[in-house]
Design a protein around this ligand. Structure first.
Ligand code: BG6
Length: 483
C-alpha cells in the first residue's frame, strides 16, 4: 500500500507528546493543505472525553504550543473538524469494537500512531486485531520506547509483526524528521567535495554531541528506569553516527538507505573496556540558564544510580573507518542546548609554513543541527601583513548558515515530516527492525560492562559540560571537545 491513508488513529491522544508535537504538527500540515482531503483524525486514550471535549483539548494545545504567526481562526476551526475521539482502555480488547465503529470504513487506508508504555503494546495489537483494525490497508507508526534492551525490543517487534509486516511498520526516531539531519545526506552525497576524504585517510576523529539544558521535565518515572544511554544514544546518536559513517546508498529510498545504515551499526566495535572507553555522570545542584537548579536525586526525590550523562569513544570496524574514533556525548543539564557533529580532518602531510613560524590547525567541519542550523568549515588562511617576523596563519570559518540561506522557507517540526510520511506510506525516514536490533546489541554490551565493573555515574554540577572524566576521554588522544 503506497497511497495516502484516508484516516489517522492516534493513541495517547491526550498525552504530552500529542499536545506538544502531534496535534501542532498535524495542524501545520492541515494549514498548508498537505493532509489528504477528508482525512479524519481519531484520538484515543483512557480519559473520558467526547468529540467536542477533545476538540477543546486540541484547541488549547494549539494555543499553547504554536507560535501566533502559524494560527488563523479559519485553519484552526477547519482542523478541529477533522478530529474525533473515542475513550479506550487499551489493556482490554472489549473497547476496540467501539473504536472501530467510531472510525468507520477503513477501506481507504488507515494510519495508526502508537505511543504507549511497552507493556501495552501486546494488548493494543491484540485489540486492533480483534476490532478489525489491522489488514493490508493499515500501517502503524511506533514511538519509542520500543523495549528496554535487545530481548524486550525483540518481544515488542514480534508482537507487532504478528499483525503488521515490516513494510507496514514505521518505527519513529524523531531525529530523522529533522531537516538538518536529512541535510547530512545532502552534504555528503550531493557534493563531490567531501566524499573522497570522508574516510580514515582523510578524517582524524568525529564528535557527536547532543547536549540539553533541561532536567527531568516531569518525566522522572520514565527516565529513571532508562538513563541517557538508552534514552539518547541507543536511538538518536547511533542514527546520526550511521548517517555520517554509511557508504553511499545507490538511491534515495527506504531500502537502500537503511541497508547502508544497518551495515554501519553492525560494524560498531563492541565496547570491551568500559572504564577507559565510556564515562557516565549524573547532574548535581548548579545553575541552568541563570537559574539555580536542583540536582537529579533531589528532583527525583530518591537516591539513584541512573546516568544523566554519557560519553563514549566508539569505533566502526570497517575499511572506511579503521582506527577513526567517534566520540559521542549527551547529557541533561549541560552548559548549552546543542546538537552537532564535528569532523576533524587529518593535518596536511607537510607544512611549508613551519620554517616561517606558521602554525597549522587541521580543518574541521561543524554540522550544527540545533538550535542554530549551519555547516561551518574551518580552514586556514593567511593573516594580512608583510610577514617580516613570520607568516601568521589563522583558522577562519567558511560559513553556510541554513537559517539564513533558507530564511523564507518554513521550518517544520520533525513530527510534521514523519506524520506526513506515515500517512503517505514512505518508510525512508523510519527505523527498520534490523537497525533497532543492531543498536540494542551494542548498547546492551555497554550496560553489561557497566554492571560487571560496578560503574556508578560521576557527579557533575548542573550547567557544566559534564564530569571531568569526559574531558580526559578525548584529551588522552589529543582531541578537545568542541565547546
Ligand atoms: C527524546 C528524549 O527522544 O529526545 C528526551 O526522550 C530528549 O529525553 C529529546 O529531551 C531531545 O529531543 P530534541 O528534539 O529536543 O533534541
Amino acid at each position: 500500500m503506497r497511497q495516502p491513508a484516508g484516516k489517522l488513529l492516534l493513541f495517547g491522544a491526550t498525552g504530552d507528546l500529542s499536545q506538544r508535537m502531534l496535534l501542532p504538527s498535524l495542524y501545520g500540515l492541515h494549514a498548508d493543505g498537505l493532509l489528504p482531503e477528508g482525512l479524519t483524525i481519531t484520538g484515543t486514550a483512557r480519559s473520558d472525553k467526547d468529540d467536542a471535549e477533545f476538540r477543546e483539548f486540541a484547541r488549547a494545545a494549539l494555543e499553547e504550543f504554536l507560535t501566533a504567526d502559524r494560527k488563523t481562526d479559519n485553519a484552526v476551526s477547519s482542523f478541529l473538524e477533522r478530529l474525533f475521539y473515542q475513550p479506550l482502555d487499551a489493556s482490554k480488547t472489549e473497547g476496540f469494537a467501539a473504536l472501530k465503529d467510531k472510525i468507520g470504513d477503513i477501506s481507504g487506508g488507515l494510519a495508526i500512531f502508537l505511543s504507549t508504555a511497552p507493556w501495552l503494546f501486546g494488548p493494543t495489537i491484540k485489540g486492533l486485531e480483534s476490532g478489525g483494525l489491522t489488514g493490508t490497508n493499515v500501517r502503524i507508526g511506533l514511538e519509542k520506547p520500543l523495549g528496554f534492551d535487545l530481548q524486550s525490543s525483540r518481544e515488542v517487534n514480534d508482537i507487532v509483526a504478528e499483525a503488521f509486516p515490516e513494510e507496514r511498520t514505521f518505527r519513529i526516531d524523531h531525529y530523522l524528521g529533522k531537516e538538518t539531519v536529512q541535510n547530512i545526506l545532502a552534504l555528503r552525497f550531493a557534493n563531490s567535495l567531501f566524499e573522497p576524504i570522508w574516510n580514515a585517510q582523510g578524517i582524524e576523529s568525529v564528535q557527536i554531541t547532543i547536549s540539553e539544558t533541561v532536567g527531568l521535565e516531569g518525566r522522572a518515572e520514565y527516565y529513571d528506569d532508562v538513563g541517557a544511554l538508552r534514552d539518547m544514544v541507543q536511538n538518536h546518536m547511533l542514527q546520526l553516527l550511521a548517517l555520517i559513517a554509511m557508504e553511499p546508498p545507490a538511491r534515495f529510498d527506504g531500502t537502500a538507505i537503511r541497508d547502508e545504515k544497518v551495515k554501519v551499526l553492525r560494524s560498531l566495535r563492541p565496547i570491551g573496556d568500559v572504564q577507559s572507553l565510556t564515562v557516565t555522570g549524573q547532574y548535581g545542584d548548579g545553575a541552568s540558564k541563570g537559574e539555580i537548579v536542583k540536582g537529579y536525586e533531589a528532583e527525583l526525590g530518591k537516591p539513584s544510580d541512573t546516568e544523566t550523562f554519557v560519553a563514549i569513544k566508539a569505533y566502526v570496524d570497517n575499511w572506511r573507518w579503521k582506527g577513526v574514533p567517534f566520540y559521542l556525548r549527551t547529557g541533561k543539564r549541560l552548559a548549552e542546548r546543542r546538537s552537532e557533529i564535528v569532523i576533524r580532518f587529518k593535518p596536511v602531510p607537510h607544512s611549508i609554513f613551519a620554517e616561517r613560524g606558521g602554525k597549522l590547525q587541521s580543518n574541521t567541519l561543524v554540522i550544527r543541527l540545533q538550535p542554530e542550523e549551519y555547516v561551518r568549515l574551518l580552514v586556514m588562511a593567511k593573516q594580512p601583513g608583510l610577514d617580516r617576523d613570520g607568516v601568521r596563519l589563522a583558522e577562519v570559518p567558511l560559513n553556510l548558515s541554513l537559517d539564513h540561506e533558507f530564511a523564507h522557507t518554513r521550518r517544520r517540526i520533525a513530527y510534521e515530516r514523519l506524520l506526513l510520511d506515515l500517512i503517505e506510506g514512505d518508510p525512508t525516514l523510519f527505523v527498520r527492525r534490523d537497525e533497532v536490533e543492531a543498536q540494542w546489541e551494542w548498547i546492551d554490551a555497554i550496560r553489561r560492562g557497566w554492571d560487571a565493573a560496578g560503574v556508578k555515574p560521576k557527579a557533575y554540577a548542573s550547567g557544566t559540560w559534564g564530569p571531568n572524566a569526559s574531558v580526559a576521554l578525548t584529551e588522552r588522544d589529543g582531541v578537545t571537545w568542541n565547546e
